[in-house]
Design a binder for this molecule. Structure first.
Ligand SMILES: *Cc1c(COP(=O)(O)O)cnc(C)c1O
Length: 498
């Protein structure tokens, strides 16, 4: 059965997958959601014999039902190739009876590569299918990792331009260097004086600006989004949960049908929502463990049923999770509201107006699949050091938040279910925080000295993505105020003011 997409805020109009991908965000400000979650049509046993690309096809064909087999396999083949430094694409590493699903073997060494290596191809294909002639302008807000992965994915892709906004003082030095050294005539990187939520809110406002949209069209331009609000980001992320389960099955670590838990270090709620979709497709997942850092708005939500962003924004050592408005939660709210767009829109309007909303008891009762908790900065650092001392394996700070939360879950429940931790970034991306966690004595070393030291103690080769930026020239130095984003976009695109 074909999957169509409607907005979480007004679902009277349904579009095909390619239209939802091309558009990014719905015109009413809502997010596109599938009208049903398709079930896998091959057994998990059969899928366990497939490689990553074949698994990707089995999952994505069900969601992108207006793509032909040729179109989809071509996108998949271009995405999951030698840009990844391992044939497995997403290897599972077992440490201390827990499985780390390493999602950081792509070009920019964070899990965003899993979806952003394929999104440009899905988008170009979608434009062709819909006879869209305009240049696609990708507008993206980043907490650090999406920006670089999107830049790398879209750089020099014909028919596209990409503008990335990042919080000037809210990303790691290596994340910033990765972005501002980005090559490609169609790329643009802008720092804003504000935090990630400011950047994300600004981008969403620009997307729903009707007047700007008209001006854009007059100039042969149209916006789309590479953020996880785009369904073309979410669908490729479902793949690796199916892949992880079927690898465990293939290796005899679990019996067919045996349930696993999944722990996801969460910011915008995209990655864990993909796991939830995988569960709904038929992957035996028991608990979805949602791990937050000190920006624990999701932990409080799961505990109380109230979402409240009115709190201090904390800059942590896991900056890609420094988020108070988790955009993709809207897709879950819509669902537990009984797929009621009107009801969901009321919650989102309350969030926009007062920064808070509370769901009903009936809705809260449907959150039983999820367990939420958070890790403090100290707990995060302790878990990096502890796992390193026991096993020699070095996690990045985001994965460490997940690890620390998983320990809390185990202490509370003694649940013996086999567990996969989504390992979302290479430790080399957050070298200073990681090395300081292992030994405070590292503090006096320079960033690139630390890279060498991490490589030595972890016995892992320095990733190409890090080697490259050491000497790369800085190509982007634009900075703007958070309320100047629209003006900046117009300047970059050469659209006159009036
Ligand atoms: C983006 C990111 C996250 C958070 O993922 P969401 O899908 O936004 O919840 C976690 N860890 C890293 C390293 C990331 O880049």
């Amino acid at each position: 059965m074909e999957v169509l997409y409607g907005s979480t805020r007004n679902d009277t109009r349904k579009v095909q997958a390619s239209q939802a991908i091309l558009q990014g965000l719905s015109e009413d400000g809502g997010l596109f959601v599938p009208d049903h979650i398709p079930a896998l049509d091959k057994s998990l046993q059969e899928i366990s014999e497939m490689d990553y690309r074949e698994t990707a096809y089995e999952v994505m064909k069900l969601f992108l039902s207006d793509f032909t087999k040729e179109e989809l396999t071509s996108c998949i083949d271009k995405a999951y190739d030698a840009k990844f430094d391992t044939k497995e694409i997403a290897p599972l590493v077992e440490k201390e009876h827990t499985y780390y699903l390493e999602l950081f073997h792509g070009a920019t060494i964070a899990f965003k590569d899993m979806a952003l290596s394929i999104l440009p191809h899905l988008m170009i294909t979608s434009a062709k299918k819909n006879h869209a002639k305009e240049t696609i302008v990708i507008l993206t807000a980043t907490s650090g990792d999406t920006g670089k992965a999107a830049l790398a994915g879209f750089a020099d892709v014909e028919g596209t331009k990409i503008i990335v906004f990042y919080p000037k003082n809210g990303v790691s030095p290596i994340q910033e260097k990765q972005m501002v050294t980005q090559k490609g005539d169609n790329t643009c990187v802008v720092g804003i004086h504000g935090n990630f939520d400011d950047a994300q809110t600004g981008v969403k406002q620009i997307f729903s600006d009707k007047e700007l949209e008209k001006e854009m069209l007059e100039h042969g331009l149209r916006f789309s989004s590479a953020n996880s609000i785009n369904i073309g980001r979410l669908v490729p992320q479902i793949v690796y949960y199916v892949y992880a389960y079927t690898r465990l099955l293939k290796e005899g670590k679990i019996a067919d049908g045996e349930a696993i838990n999944v722990v996801v270090p969460t910011g915008n709620f995209g990655n864990i929502l993909a796991a939830f979709y995988a569960k709904n497709m038929g992957v035996p997942i028991a608990k979805l463990i949602c791990a937050s850092n000190e920006n624990k708005v999701l932990y409080d939500f799961f505990r109380t049923g109230s979402y409240d962003r009115n709190r201090e924004f904390v800059l942590t050592s896991s900056p890609s999770m420094d988020i108070l408005i988790s955009s993709n939660l809207e897709r879950l709210i819509y669902r537990i509201a009984g797929n009621d767009a009107g009801k969901n829109a009321d919650f989102m309007n309350a969030l926009a107006k007062s920064g808070a909303y509370s769901i009903t008891e009936e809705m809260k009762a449907q959150l039983g699949d999820f367990y939420g908790n958070y890790a403090s900065e100290k707990e995060t650092a302790d878990s990096i050091r502890s796992l390193y001392e026991k096993t020699g394996y070095v996690m990045d700070t985001h994965t460490a938040v997940a690890n620390a939360v998983y320990q809390k879950y185990l202490n509370e429940t003694s649940d013996q279910t086999k567990t996969v931790i989504a390992s979302t970034a290479s430790p080399f991306k957050f070298t200073r925080s990681v090395m300081n966690a292992i030994d405070a004595g590292y503090d006096s070393m320079s960033d690139f000295e630390l890279v060498g030291e991490l490589s030595r103690i972890a016995d892992v080769k320095v990733p190409k993505a890090i080697e490259e930026i050491e000497t790369a020239p800085i190509l982007h130095d634009m900075v703007c105020e958070k309320d100047e984003m629209k003006k900046t976009v117009k300047e970059i695109l050469g659209i006159s003011q009036h």
